[in-house]
Design a protein around this ligand. Sequence first.
Ligand code: NAD
Ligand code: UDP
Ligand code: UDP
Length: 323
Amino acid sequence: MPRLYESRKRILVTGGAGFIGSHLIDRLLEQGHEVLCVDNLFTGTKRNLDHLHDNPRFEFMRHDVTFPLHVEVDEIYNLACPASPVHYQHDPVATTKTSVHGAINMLGLAKRLNARIFQASTSEVYGDPHVHPQPEEYWGNVNPIGPRSCYDEGKRCAETLFFDYHRQHGVEIKVARIFNTYGPRMHHADGRVVSNFIVQALQGDPITIYGDGSQTRSFCYVDDLVEGFLRLMDTDASVTGPINLGNPGEFTIKELAEKVIAMTGAKSSLEFLDLPADDPRQRKPDIAKAKETLGWEPTIALEQGLERTIAYFDRRLQELRAG
Ligand code: NAD
Ligand code: UDP
Ligand code: UDP
């Protein structure tokens, strides 16, 4: 029997009011666990957790992970960190602090409790990659002093801390490098490409393409990603990662725009704007390790995932219009 199902655990999810965290919490509760969600609501919202209001196994604590946290749990998923460039560049010092001080505090907690801890790292540790697709062995090409550095270097330093707590203190770590993920509960105004394009298309506004749209990304549907989290957390203690989790299907941003327009039937035009500084040219995960170690690969194709996400934003925009 897999370890996860052996008994009910009390599980801490930091950043649980956010997009990915709230889906993870749903799955953990479905599995019968108790969940403590810790979030400062910087980019997340209680709306993502409203449906859990009456669940006696769910608890919410408003707290900033840059400050120490003294709770009793069996396992920790550390997701707290703004993920959209617009959000993480809003207060870049806070972003670095969240990744670095947040990692130190959660690792200190894991050490005291002898608890297994998962880190939501990112494909951004590869920066603007010179190796394509990106395997875990690639060390990356990251600008240490640019506008994206607070996020990229913060996450790189967090990985360093995870591996040093593992080597120095024997903490059981699980590091996932997450590639672009999308789905319901993304914030409608968080500036990421999938939410921007769908919201623009549904409103008949121009679709804003940064640069000429030839840069590529690989988009993973959130349910697939969360399945990867659970499988990684459930591996033998010898498995630390880092392990790439993402969908290897690679699309140009222009292709994504055209797909969204076709699927929504929008009359939107394409508007070409300046490419932001240090925007990676291409990105696609090598998921050989995830396949081999976790028996995991994405099952939801981009069009299928977009359909569900478009339906979500359609409802959400109606709610917002209704006030
Ligand atoms: P999100 O912004 O929706 O969620 C992040 C959550 O962390 C929010 O609820 C926010 O309020 C909370 N938070 C931020 N700073 C905090 C702090 N100091 N203390 C406590 N809580 C804090 O983003 P997401 O897309 O759900 O991302 C979740 C995690 O996955 C992040 O760590 C992100 O870096 C990582 N990730 C996401 C993607 C993606 O494509 N969505 C890709 C790579 C990595
Ligand atoms: N920490 C925490 N909760 C705990 C244990 C530790 O938030 O239950 C924090 C603690 O405040 C410290 C950090 O985690 O700042 C790192 O802890 P560690 O024990 O590794 O280092 P030290 O306390 O010796 O600096
Ligand atoms: N992008 C775009 N239009 C938008 C938002 C983003 O063309 O309205 C581009 C952005 O420049 C980048 C890609 O889409 O090349 C993915 O951007 P996102 O912010 O979603 O994620 P990240 O850059 O962190 O991968």
